[in-house]
Each structure stands twice: as structure tokens, then as C-alpha cells.
Design a protein. Structure first.
Length: 196
């Protein structure tokens, strides 16, 4: 699957939104990638995750388990677990910190793949890494359908394996271009944000 075919999957799912969005990171953007719409079609999710799993398999790492940050990573994490034939679990926020609940746990020394839908700054990924390390497990890499990092990367300390790298501008709240200032902002992401 080439980049054009991957983008077509997102277009066919009507998952590329235009407007004024406040991302989970707190940054603003005129473009939002709603991966939930892509993954609501199981066949489409399978196609994309099969391609992503092939890239993960080429990375040279062997993984024992997947940990996906909720909410965005839950569905893609499940399908990546199916494609890679390894267990998949998710971490979720309790009082603003990622923890494993619902009977999930990791063993010391387990090799972990962090699975996301979209990476913008890497903040959620690195918070999931902290969670994983608390169990003595070893996070080796992050994977996502889309890598939309730019100057906003918070310095992932792990390799990022993605299907597609997109250069989509993001802006700090105090540095919005005039065209975004003129449009009311919406918060489609899953992380709770205080009003801007």
C-alpha cells in the first residue's frame, strides 16, 4: 500500500476534517485526522494495520505485548495485536496519569510496543512509556497510523514506526493565524482540556 492509497483510505472514511481544532496536545490545527472514522470499518482497519504490522516486523524488534493509550489507541492497538499475534491492552488516565486497569498488567522484562492512532507531539506516547516502565517492562518502540509531528515533537525517546508522515501545521494558542482566529475552535480529541 503506497502513501496515496493510505490517504485514500482516510478520504473514503471522511476522516480528514477541516476547521479549527484543539488537539489533545493543546495545540491548534486547521486539519484533524479522525482515526476513529477510519477504524469503524473493520475491513479498512485490518488493511491499514496489516500494512503497519509489516513495517513493525521489519523494525528488527521482537515484542511480547502491546500497550495502547486510551482512547485513540484502543481500536488500533487491538487490531495490531491481532496482526502481530501478541496480547494487546490499553492504559487509561486516572487523575491525569496513565495506569493499567481492568485486570491488565505487565511482567518485568516484557518487550512492549506502544500503539497510537496519530502522534502529534509524542506526549501521550511518552506518558504511556512511563506507565510501562513502572512495571519493569521495556518499551522498545512506538507505532501509529499517522505521524504528524513537526516542530512540536516532545522528543520521543523511542523509534516511531508509522504508515504515513504528514506535515500538517499546528499552532500554540497564543500564535494562531488570522484564518483560525476567525473560526470557533472545537475539541474532538479524547484528553480532557481546560477551556482555552
Amino acid at each position: 500500500m503506497d502513501e496515496q492509497q493510505i490517504m485514500q483510505e482516510f478520504k473514503d472514511a471522511e476522516a480528514i476534517l477541516s476547521g479549527h481544532f484543539i488537539l489533545s496536545s493543546g495545540l491548534h490545527s486547521a486539519t484533524y485526522l479522525q482515526c476513529a472514522r477510519v477504524l469503524m470499518n473493520a475491513a479498512r482497519g485490518e488493511r491499514l494495520c496489516r500494512e503497519l504490522a509489516a513495517k513493525v516486523n521489519q523494525s528488527g524488534h521482537a515484542f511480547d505485548v502491546i500497550v495502547a493509550p486510551a482512547m485513540g489507541g484502543v481500536v488500533v492497538g487491538y487490531e495490531m495485536g491481532r496482526q502481530l499475534a501478541i496480547p494487546s491492552m490499553f492504559c487509561e488516565r486516572v487523575d491525569g496519569v496513565f495506569v493499567l486497569r481492568r485486570g491488565f498488567g505487565l511482567e518485568k522484562g516484557q518487550r512492549v510496543l506502544i500503539v497510537e492512532d496519530v502522534v502529534t507531539t509524542g506526549k501521550s506516547s511518552m506518558e504511556a512509556v512511563v506507565c510501562v516502565k513502572e512495571y519493569g517492562a521495556i518499551p522498545l518502540a512506538v507505532t501509529s497510523l499517522i505521524d504528524r509531528r513537526s516542530q512540536n515533537d516532545v522528543s520521543l525517546t523511542l523509534p516511531l514506526i508509522s504508515l504515513l508522515k504528514l506535515d500538517i501545521p499546528t499552532y500554540k494558542p497564543d500564535a494562531l493565524p488570522e484564518e483560525l482566529k476567525a473560526i470557533p475552535a472545537v475539541k474532538p480529541g479524547s484528553r480532557f482540556l481546560k477551556a482555552s
